[in-house]
Design a protein around this ligand. Sequence first.
Ligand SMILES: Cc1ncc(COP(=O)(O)O)c(C=O)c1O
Length: 424
Amino acid sequence: MRQPVCKNLVPISHCAEHTLNPIRKLVDNLKINPNPDKSFLRLSIGDPSVFGNFNPPPEVISAVSEALTTSCYGYVPAHGLVAAREAIAQYYTTPKSTLTSEDIYIASGCSDALRIAMDCLGDSDRHILLPRPGFSLYQTIAGNRGIPVKFYDLDPNNNWTVNLKQLESLIDGNTAAILVTNPSNPCGSAFSVQHQLEIIAVAEKYGLPIIADEIYQGMVFEGDSRSFGELSDNVPVLSCGGLAKRWLVPGWRVGWLIAHDRHGRLATVRGGLTRLCQVIIGSNVLVQAAIPKILANVPQSFYTATLTKLKKAAEILYSELQDCPQLRPIMPQGAMYMMVEIKVDMLEDIANHMEFVEKLITEQSVFPLPANIFGIPNYVRLVLTVPEDILREACHRILEFCAQHKAKVLRKKSRTDISPMLSS
Ligand SMILES: Cc1ncc(COP(=O)(O)O)c(C=O)c1O
């Protein structure tokens, strides 16, 4: 009989070793010791459901409870229930871009749609261009799949628009796709239609497809919110979205990928997308079955009310923090986030953004997310889904903290480079 061997550790795979969630890694490494005399205020979590002030509308709840009484117990096509795919196609059809159920692939959240898109286009020798700052999940997926990435910069002084020249300079014969996030997590920015067209023009010049993370589509405070897929005449676009943010049910884990392809350039890709959906035999059928009613029945007033609340939160944060010399809040245009620059050279005893966050937690029990996990030093990301009273209290404490740490003499600007975790 084989004797158990206890001494040797079971080795893990290359895939497991290279799968990294930067947010987890940061939170594990951060010294989180809140001040026991002050309530702990988390402005870090991008989940609208945590505070109970952003709830899904009754139409969403009743659509799922009605689906529960129908027979949706079995497997369905791995890329989604036909009725749900038809409803999504109809919902996102515009006069310029007609979609059918054949263009829709339902996934387990937008994360899974992004996984499918990146896996379908990227390869070990074909890189994907990612925004910086950008949502850290893209790197998690790339690391897991062994897909190399390169970063193009967003300009904090120009509403986080893409540095188009630098974007172009990164493109070569091994570029597989350009990934864009619009509206943006972490920036809270939304591109103008003109800027979207400029990005599409770069993709067209080099014959590249676009992966558009549009989980926040429709969530802009003013003006139009248009999909890259709708705007593009010649560039194929894989648009990823889902129920998580606009319908406020991130835990339900249903998202979708929409293939916008006016000229049949995705013929091979479509087969790949279907096969990649088959890896986990599709997403939750109960929620899929509710999609037609969710998309048809939620009134416009719900979306407007959500945006009004998010905008008000942004205005509170901006007006409270804008006069603080050590901070530079950047007014968001949509999504659920605001970026704030930390002028560390104007703060005493604070060498960088990580120390800013750690000391803010220790002294004031306020926790913003250091934005180095999104690839940019000396910024923090605040979430807009926090109730008003907590936001105001958090601002009050942040201002007190900055006043207490105000530098007497201006230090030389610290040059903290991008977190090592991002280059690992
Ligand atoms: C930009 C962006 N893309 C994708 C996701 C993931 O969405 P889901 O919860 O549907 O997987 C998020 C979640 O925060 C996000 O901010």
